[in-house]
Ligand binder design. Structure first.
Ligand code: NDP
Length: 681
C-alpha cells in the first residue's frame, strides 16, 4: 500500500526510507511512512491562503451543509474503511466506533451548527449587555474564524474518529486543517483522507495530511493557528512548551492518557441489576479496542466486601471473550495496533505487578484464535488487584494502554472518592449505583477531577451510551493528567477555533455588525404591515409600532375568567394593596395576549405560525388605567432548508417585542419565533 501525505494540493511522499508499518494481526508489511520532502511552511501558507479564504467566504450553515455532504459520502464508502481497519487489529464492533462513530460525529456537528449558530460567516454569543443608563452604549460578543490553520496531532487508537471529531468543528468554524495521524495506524486515516479529497466536497486547502514526522512545522506556526494534540502526556507537554506555541500564545488543546475509574456503589451487591451492569461495563472497557481507548477503565474501585464477587464475575466474563484474528469465528477481542504497543503494555503491566497482584491474564502464554501469537500484536485481558490502594502509587500513575484494569478496594464512601481523585485528573469516571443520594455525594466529591461522569443504574442502562463513548454534545477532555483540554461539547468545539471579541458601541452599530436587531436601535417603519412580507422581503430592523390600548378592570376580570387565574393581585383590592405592587395589576399573560391583539395582521399572509416565545421578562406592573403599546422588530432571520415532506419553503423570523406604557417605560420584553413563507429557490 502506498502511504502518502496530501500537501499543497498533491499526494506526495511514501519514500522507501520511511518507517515500516505492519498488519497488527499477521505482521505483514503494509507500507512505509515518511514525510521527507514536505515543505511544512508551504503547507501552512497553502492552508491559510487557499483553504482559509474559501471557508471564510462561506456561512456557518454552508460549511455545516458541506460537512453533512461529506459525512454522507464517507458513509457510502464505509466498507472500504472497514477492510483497512481490520489490519489495525480491530474487530468489526471496534471499527464501527472509529468509522461510523466518527462519521456520526460529523453529522452531529452539522446539526449542532445549523441549530445553534447563525447563518452568517461569524457567530454571536450571549445577549446584548446594557453598558449605560440610557441604553445608547451596549456590548455583545461575536466570534470570527481565525485566519490560520489548525494542526491536529492525533493518537493511533482512533484513526478515523480522531480525525473526524476534530476536523468537523474546525472546518465549520471556517478554519482549514492539517491532520497528522499517528504513524502506526496512519494508513487508515490516509485512506479516508483520500476519499475526502477525491470527493471534491471541501475547497482546496481545507484539509491537508501529514503521514510521518511533522518536521519543522512548529517553527512556522503563527498567532492565528491552533494545535490540538491527542497522545501521551510526555509528548504533549514537550510540544506544548515549544517556543512557537508560547511566544505566539497559540491555543494548544491537549488530551493525554488518563487513569479513568469506575466505582461500584456500596449497595450494588451481587444479585442486584447494578452489580451486573458494573461487571458488563468494566469487561467491555477492558476488551473493546483491546483496551486502547483513552476513556477505558484503568481503575476498578469496589467495596472491600464485594472484591471477591467482582473478581469472580469479571473473570467469568473475560473467559467468554476469546482473543484473536477478528475475522475468525467467535473472536471477541482483537489485537493491539502494533508490536511496539505490545512491548509498552507488557512494560506497564510489569511495573504495575511490582505493587499489585496479577489475578487474571498477565502471562505471555495465552490462547490466540485464528492467528499466530508471535506475529500479531496480541495481548491477553489482564486483571490486577491492589490490596493497599492508598499506599501503592502505580495503580494511580501507570497507564497500561491495553486490555488491563486494576481492582482497588474501598471501605467507606470517602475512600472511594479519594481513590477516584488519586488519578489526578481523568477524562471520564463512572459510578454504578441505584442510590441517587450516594450518586450526588460521589459526583460532587469527584467532579473537579473529571471531564465527564456517567452514573449508571437500571433506569438508564438500556439507553445508556456507556462509560467509554465521548458524545458530540458533551465535553470530552479532563483536567490534570488528562491534559487539561476540552473537545466536543456541542458548539463549544466550533468556538474553540474562533476568536471571541467583545464589541461595544451604539445599538444601531451593533445591529449593523451582528445583523441581529439590538434593542434600542432605530426601528425601520414601513406602511406595509410586516406580517404581509415574505421571509425574503423582511429586513432586519423592519418594525411595527402598534396603536395604544388602555387596560381596564373589565380586561382583568375577563382574562381572569377565561384563564381561571384569580390570583389575589388581580382580584383582591386588600390583598393587592398589601402586595409588592400596592394595587391591582393586569395578568402578565394578559399583556402578552393584548400585545398580540395590537400587532397581529389578521388576514391570510406569508406568516404561517407562531411557534414559540423566548427571553420573556415582565419588567414593570401594569395597572387599571395604564395605556400600553407594542413595538415589534425583525431581530433575526434563520433560513430553513425545505424537507421533502414539506409543501412550502419557510424560514424562521425572530421578532424583538417590547411593550411600553404611557410614559414610554418598558413593561415587558420577549422574542417571538414565527414561521414565514419564503420563495422556494
Ligand atoms: P505519542 O504521544 O508518542 O504520539 C501521539 C501523536 O503525537 C502521534 O501522532 C505521534 O506521531 C505524534 N508525535 C510524537 N512525537 C512527536 C513530535 N516530536 N512532534 C510532533 N508529533 C509527534 O503517543 P503514542 O501514540 O506513542 O502513545 C503513547 C501513549 O499515549 C499510550 O500508551 C497512551 O498512554 C497514550 N495515548 C493516549 C490517547 C488518548 O486518547 N488520550 C490515545 C493514544 C495514546 P508518530 O506516531 O508519528 O510518532
Amino acid at each position: 500500500m502506498k502511504i502518502e501525505s496530501y500537501a499543497c494540493g498533491a499526494w506526495v511522499g511514501g519514500s522507501d526510507d520511511g518507517v515500516e508499518v505492519r498488519n497488527a494481526i499477521n505482521g505483514e508489511t503494509i507500507g512505509r511512512v515518511s514525510s521527507t520532502g514536505l515543505d511544512f511552511a508551504d503547507m501552512l501558507q497553502h492552508g491559510r491562503n487557499l483553504g482559509g479564504s474559501a471557508l471564510r467566504k462561506m456561512t456557518i450553515h454552508d460549511r455545516a451543509n458541506m460537512m453533512k455532504a461529506l459525512a454522507k459520502h464517507l458513509l457510502d464508502k464505509k466498507e472500504l474503511f472497514y477492510a483497512i481497519s481490520a489490519k489495525t487489529g480491530a474487530t468489526r464492533a471496534d471499527s464501527w466506533v472509529d468509522i461510523e462513530g466518527g462519521i456520526g460525529t460529523v453529522f452531529a456537528y452539522s446539526g449542532i451548527a445549523r441549530r445553534e449558530l447563525p447563518n452568517e460567516t461569524f457567530a454571536i454569543e450571549g445577549k446584548t449587555e446594557q453598558l449605560s443608563a440610557k441604553g445608547s452604549f451596549v456590548g455583545r460578543h461575536i466570534l470570527t474564524a481565525k485566519h490560520g490553520v489548525s494542526l491536529h496531532i492525533n493518537a493511533f487508537n482512533f484513526p478515523c474518529w480522531g480525525m473526524l471529531e476534530k476536523i468537523a468543528p474546525s472546518l465549520i468554524a471556517g478554519v482549514p486543517v492539517i491532520v497528522k495521524p499517528a504513524t502506526v495506524s496512519c494508513y487508515l486515516t490516509e485512506a479516508m483522507a483520500r476519499e475526502i479529497i477525491a470527493s471534491g466536497i471541501l475547497p482546496e486547502g481545507a484539509l491537508q495530511l501529514i503521514c510521518g514526522r511533522t518536521g519543522d512545522i512548529f517553527d512556522h506556526l503563527n498567532e492565528q493557528d491552533s494545535v490540538t494534540f491527542t497522545g501521551s502526556a510526555s509528548t504533549g507537554q514537550m510540544l506544548k512548551s515549544h517556543p512557537a506555541i508560547t511566544s505566539n500564545s497559540i491555543p494548544f488543546n491537549m488530551e493525554a492518557d488518563s487513569l479513568n475509574c469506575s466505582i461500584l456503589g456500596a449497595h450494588a451487591t451481587p444479585g442486584t441489576p447494578e452489580f451486573d451492569l458494573f461487571i458488563k461495563g468494566v469487561a467491555q472497557e477492558v476488551t473493546v479496542k483491546a483496551g486502547q481507548k483513552c476513556t477505558a477503565i484503568r481503575r476498578t474501585i469496589v467495596p472491600q466486601e464485594n472484591v471477591d464477587a467482582v473478581i469472580d464475575a469479571l473473570s467469568k466474563r473475560l473467559d467468554r471473550t476469546p482473543v484473536g484474528d477478528p475475522s475468525a469465528e467467535g473472536v471477541r477481542m482483537g489485537s493491539l495496533v502494533g508490536t511496539d504497543q505490545v512491548k509498552d503494555v507488557w512494560s506497564a503491566v510489569h511495573k504495575l505487578s511490582e505493587e499489585n497482584e496479577v489475578i487474571y491474564g498477565g502471562q505471555p502464554e495465552f490462547d490466540v484464535v485464528g492467528a499466530d501469537r508471535n506475529k500479531g500484536a496480541f495481548f491477553p485481558a489482564t486483571l490486577l488487584y491492589c490490596e493497599k490502594p492508598f499506599a501503592a502509587q502505580s495503580a494511580h500513575a501507570v497507564e497500561a494502554f491495553g486490555p488491563v484494569t486494576t481492582i482497588l478496594p474501598y471501605k467507606r464512601e470517602d475512600e472511594a472518592i479519594e481513590l477516584a481523585r488519586m488519578g489526578r485528573g481523568s477524562l471520564v469516571g463512572s459510578l454504578v449505583t441505584a442510590d441517587n443520594e450516594e450518586a450526588a455525594r460521589i459526583v460532587l466529591g469527584t467532579a473537579a477531577w473529571h471531564g465527564r461522569i456517567l452514573v449508571l443504574n437500571s433506569d438508564c442502562a438500556k439507553e445508556s451510551t456507556g462509560h467509554g463513548s465521548p458524545l458530540a454534545p458533551l465535553v470530552h477532555g479532563g483536567p490534570g493528567r488528562a491534559g487539561g483540554g476540552e473537545e466536543l461539547g456541542g458548539a463549544r468545539a466550533i468556538k474553540h477555533y474562533m476568536q471571541r471579541t467583545a464589541i461595544q458601541g451604539s445599538p444601531d452599530t451593533l445591529t449593523a455588525i451582528t445583523r441581529q436587531f439590538t434593542t434600542g436601535s432605530t426601528p425601520k417603519i414601513d406602511p406595509l404591515h410586516p406580517f404581509k412580507k415574505t421571509f425574503d422581503e423582511l429586513q432586519i430592523g423592519d418594525s411595527l409600532i402598534s396603536h395604544r390600548r388602555t387596560v381596564t378592570e373589565a380586561d382583568i376580570v375577563n382574562f381572569g375568567c377565561i384563564s381561571g387565574d384569580h390570583f389575589y393581585v388581580h382580584f383582591d383590592e386588600i390583598g393587592a394593596k398589601n402586595s409588592l405592587f400596592g394595587k391591582r395589576v393586569a395578568h402578565g399573560y394578559f399583556l402578552l395576549s393584548a400585545a398580540a391583539g395590537l400587532f397581529v395582521d389578521p388576514a391570510e399572509g406569508p406568516l404561517l405560525a407562531n411557534y414559540g416565545l423566548e427571553n420573556l421578562r415582565f419588567v414593570e406592573p401594569v395597572g387599571i388605567g395604564d395605556t400600553i403599546r407594542v413595538r415589534l422588530s425583525v431581530k433575526e432571520k434563520i433560513f430553513k432548508a425545505k424537507r421533502p415532506d414539506e409543501d412550502r419553503a419557510t424560514g424562521v423570523v425572530v421578532w424583538d417585542a417590547e411593550i411600553t406604557n404611557q410614559d414610554d417605560v418598558t413593561v415587558a420584553v420577549y422574542d417571538i419565533m414565527t414561521l414565514v413563507e419564503r420563495a422556494d429557490t
